[in-house]
Ligand binder design. Structure first.
Ligand SMILES: NC(=O)CCC(=O)C(=O)O
Length: 278
């Protein structure tokens, strides 16, 4: 099943040399990406405040327990992609990402803020809001190799999220994602390059592989872009693991050579990253 596939992939990535510090899984990896499936595959996800788990009354879902074990067994930070989350009390379903430290503690939880509601006639129609609710918070977490910003798929189209994370000191913005065969070729790489160059950070997107029989044809193409906008590595539509280093020297050189971060003219335009999240 999907948990076994994810477990194997995390173990394989952790076994590579040099051993990675951080591993990322894709969007909605435990369920078909379909509005009619999210409720059935939804699980309880513990809440996180200030980087610490808040104990809940009910047991967590099996994917969450499995992700903890994957992080602990591999001894890595893990961004556990996203799964449909069922909220205690309200019964609302969210598209929710969790991140783990190498001891298996959840250190961040992000509910997709911008739901994927689009209609390109004859090409791609999807309406996450038919069964999902939107999150209301921006999410970063700290690691020994830098602050990491996270968001989910369609969130990448909203530049404010990456901008705010970068202004808070994030070295990378990481998006578990599942674009499709219409919008993927159109925008997948452009969006990563835009977020990377605007903010002088690394940007990564991790996608499920394409399944020929799935109703939603995922684009695949997991990739990582550096702060200059170069694609460091990109998969094709098949199952794959892509690797990259976060190079603090490249971050520093990029910001020194192109000092846009200290040339901003907030006297001419407002600093939108300082606008309080709604
Ligand atoms: N799962 C998603 O949010 C898909 C987003 C997408 O395909 C896009 O073009 O944006």
């Amino acid at each position: 099943n999907n948990i076994a596939v994810a477990r194997r992939a995390v173990a394989a990535a952790a076994a590579s040399k040099p051993k990675p510090d951080l591993i990322v899984l894709p969007e909605i990896w435990n369920s078909p990406y379909a509005v009619t499936a999210f409720a059935q595959y939804s699980e309880r996800v513990p809440n996180v405040r200030g980087g610490k788990e808040v104990p809940g009354a009910e047991a967590e879902g099996e994917s969450i327990t499995a992700l903890r074990e994957m992080a602990r067994e591999a001894g890595v930070y893990l961004i556990g992609g996203s799964i449909p989350e069922k909220e205690d009390g309200t019964g609302n379903i969210y598209n929710t990402l969790t991140a783990y430290d190498p001891a298996g503690n959840i250190i961040a939880k992000h509910r997709k803020v911008h739901l994927f509601d689009i209609d390109i006639p004859g090409r791609q129609t999807f309406k996450e809001s038919d069964s999902l609710s939107a999150g209301n918070e921006l999410t970063t977490f700290d690691t020994p190799f830098g602050k990491i910003g996270v968001a989910i798929c369609y969130d990448i189209r909203f530049p404010e999220m990456a901008m705010i994370a970068a202004r808070e000191g994030a070295v990378a913005m990481i998006y578990p994602a599942a674009f499709n065969t219409t919008t993927g070729p159109m925008h997948w790489t452009h969006l990563q390059k835009a977020r990377a160059v605007d903010n002088q950070i690394y940007v990564a997107m991790a996608s499920p592989a394409r399944h020929p029989e799935a109703a939603y044809q995922a684009y695949g193409h997991s990739s990582i872009v550096d702060p200059l906008g170069n694609v460091i590595e990109e998969a094709d539509e098949h199952e794959a693991i892509v690797y990259a280093d976060i190079d603090p020297e490249l971050l520093a050189t990029t910001r020194r050579n192109l000092p846009v971060t200290i040339q901003r003219r907030f006297d001419v335009y407002a600093d939108v990253s300082k606008t309080a999240p709604q």
